[in-house]
Design a protein around this ligand. Structure first.
Ligand SMILES: *[C@@H]1O[C@H](CO)[C@@H](O)[C@H](O)[C@H]1NC(C)=O
Ligand SMILES: *[C@@H]1O[C@H](CO)[C@@H](O)[C@H](O)[C@H]1NC(C)=O
Ligand SMILES: *[C@@H]1O[C@H](CO)[C@@H](O)[C@H](O)[C@H]1NC(C)=O
Length: 619
């Protein structure tokens, strides 16, 4: 915005005075005012109680105004009338994840694993900057090759971490020049991931792991997933597997899984609940995940109980209980005792045990907890379910929920029955319409994801459509997912992507519906950074999020910088919202160097699309 003074000057000098003149003139004006003003200002400041002659206040106001104008002029000069683009952060921030500062947490006295907790209340330091990619960063390979081969320059890992440490599940990597290859058939404590998965299926009484889906197992929470090979295999069986692991500064399991295009997020429940509602997952899996389950009076098991759907499974593989002859098998029984006690208290039954693997099943009977004589774990107060990083609670949740439906009683079709929809207060008509809207929207978006839309002549009549997508897309984040309609549309269109469905904390909480559909998702407060590593998503989508956020306490600029951090170079952003807020977003997008184009949907509404691409900035 131009100030009145600047306009006045423009009139004096004509419409476009040389910039140096303008600056000279301003400096003179400033000097003049300083001379006039200084004679009066001393007396003014000391005797503020006495009436101030109006002429002096005018001088003062003029002086302040001139300073503002001078500043504005400087900005205009340096930025050539555009707002200044943000600079890149230093090299030390290449793998920066806000809210996870282990050093600071240790200084503050957190220990016993709590130093790896998410703490967003600690103010972030430094000025705004954009996280830069590592020197050797390369765009990830397409699926399916990219699932098994990644560029080693893209992730932060030490040579030692390849070779030693880090548990047995991590030994499946081979270094090939600048690539890391994962061979699911080699190595691992088990004879390969496929055998392991078949073993679990057999322990559940199934003929093979391809029957897991029909048996009601559709979503798996994999705690400490190694490098994601188990999840990669389950995905091929149509089971959605979300990997969670605590923040790791190097060799992060979450960063590696996402780099392979597998669902993962940073998550840690050492002191606080995970950001998922109760009754979220069909199975929770832990293979040497490093959690001491019988610590803290079994509170970690209670958190797993909260997350599991009725009749769901907890699969634990732990070589510490490896039987080695009859004498140690006694020892094994003793070691399991505390775990067995806790699991009995919370109504789980050990349904199978083979080698190092144990499978418990959560009860399908909501009354079990109250009728269980061994149980001294109380039920939580009615209506208690506030999963946004609340403290862990030593009580049972979900038993009075309308969503208490055993996974074995699920309808066999992959989408929800009308009875299941009714539980969420959604009518089948609304639900169907939502899907139709998103199928159409996805068609539109998909054809727009090409650098052609940023050219001066985006498309000429008669031009062929570019082959969509121009770019590679695997990891998608829907930042305001509503019913998960975009995810459903992706599946209907058989696009090989997965979607992290995010439901903002102060929006209508549709996350239970999304999870019941067999999709993945998390609650998130978009005034805070998302718990993921930089460059982990290929496409960010937000419908109506910006207008929702403009009424909140946080700034849009922080959100855009965070989106830039999450997005890989040459990744895409699709925002749809009201015209006004889209214009504002476009200004922000330009400031963080994205290519951006506003698209009018031409359907008579004031909704606009903003399609952006993050450039591959190297310096
Ligand atoms: C983490 O905290 C330490 C100690 O307060 C500080 O020196 C450091 O700059 C912080 N790191 C980041 C990335 O903010
Ligand atoms: C689940 O199905 C079984 C067998 O059909 C039935 O007895 C049981 O009542 C069902 N449970 C619920 C909670 O619907
Ligand atoms: C225009 O299209 C958008 C996105 O597909 C949709 O949300 C909106 O309801 C449409 N408006 C009208 C008036 O049809």
């Amino acid at each position: 915005m131009r100030s009145p003074l600047l306009n006045k000057l423009s009139v004096i000098f004509g419409p476009r005075p040389p910039v140096s003149w303008l600056l000279l003139c301003f400096v003179s004006v400033l000097a003049l005012i300083a001379v006039f003003g200084s004679s009066s200002s001393n007396s003014l400041d000391s005797v503020t109680s006495t009436p101030v002659p109006e002429i002096f206040t005018n001088y003062r106001r003029l002086k302040e105004q001139a300073a503002v104008d001078y500043f504005e002029l400087r900005t205009i000069l340096s930025g050539s009338s555009r707002q200044r683009e943000l600079g890149l952060c230093g090299k030390e921030r290449e793998n920066y994840v806000p809210c996870y500062n282990v050093t600071a947490n240790l200084i503050s006295g957190f220990k016993d694993g709590e130093e790896f907790d998410r703490r967003c209340e600690v103010p972030r330091q430094g000025s705004w900057c954009l996280v830069r990619p590592p020197k050797d960063y390369k765009i990830p390979l397409r699926w399916p090759a990219g699932r098994d081969v990644i560029w080693s320059g893209n992730i932060k890992i030490t040579k030692d971490q390849f070779l030693s440490s880090g548990g047995v599940t991590k030994r499946i990597m081979l270094l090939e020049e600048n690539q890391i290859a994962f061979h699911p058939e080699d190595g691992l404590i088990f004879d390969g991931v496929k055998d392991y998965s078949r073993q679990i299926a057999e322990m559940l009484g199934l003929g093979s792991d391809s029957e897991l889906f029909q048996a009601g197992v559709r979503t798996v929470l994999d705690i400490g997933c190694g490098f994601g090979s188990f999840g990669a295999h389950l995905v091929s069986l149509k089971l959605m597997t979300l990997c969670i692991a605590a923040y790791e500064a190097t060799g992060s399991q979450v960063q590696l899984a996402l780099e392979r295009g597998l669902p993962a997020m940073i998550g840690n429940f050492i002191s606080r609940q995970l950001p998922y509602p109760s009754l979220s997952f069909d199975t929770v899996h832990c293979a040497q995940c490093g959690i001491v389950w019988d610590k803290k009076e079994g509170i970690f098991l209670i958190e797993i109980d909260r997350l599991l759907k009725p009749g769901g499974y907890f699969v634990l593989t732990s070589p510490t209980s490896k039987p080695q002859g009859s004498s140690t098998s006694m020892k094994k029984r003793n070691m399991l005792t505390p775990l067995e006690q806790y699991t009995e208290k919370i109504c789980w039954s050990l349904i199978a045990q083979q080698d190092d693997t144990f499978i418990w099943q959560k009860t399908a009977d909501a009354h079990c907890y109250s009728s269980n004589k061994k149980n001294d774990v109380p039920l939580c107060k009615e209506g208690y379910d506030a999963p946004y990083y609340q403290a862990l609670v030593p009580c049972i949740t979900g038993t009075s929920s309308k969503r208490w439906i055993p996974i074995q009683n699920r309808s066999s079709s992959s989408d929800l029955s009308s009875a299941e929809l009714e539980v969420h207060g959604v009518s089948p008509e609304d639900f169907f319409e939502d899907l139709q809207v998103w199928k159409l929207a996805l068609k539109n978006y998909w054809s727009l994801l090409t650098p052609l839309i940023f050219s001066d002549h985006p498309k000429r009549p008669g031009d062929e459509d570019p082959l969509p997508p121009f770019n590679m897309v695997r990891n998608v984040m829907d930042m305001n997912a509503h019913y998960g309609g975009l995810n459903a549309a992706f599946m209907e269109e058989r696009k090989s992507v997965w979607v992290m469905n995010v439901v903002p904390v102060r929006a209508h909480n549709t996350l239970p519906l999304i999870l019941d559909r067999g999709f993945l998702g998390a609650l998130h407060d978009w005034c805070e950074p998302f718990p993921t590593y930089p460059r982990t998503y290929d496409l960010l989508h937000a419908n109506g999020l910006l207008s929702h956020l403009t009424s909140e306490r946080c700034g849009l600029m922080e959100l855009f910088i965070e989106m830039d951090r999450i997005l890989r170079p040459e990744g895409w952003v699709v925002l749809s919202d009201k015209l006004g807020v889209i214009e504002l977003a476009r200004a922000h997008a330009t400031q963080i160097r994205w290519d951006a184009r506003v698209i009018d949907l031409q359907n008579g509404s004031d909704e606009r699309l903003l399609v952006c691409q993050k450039p591959f900035v190297k310096k």
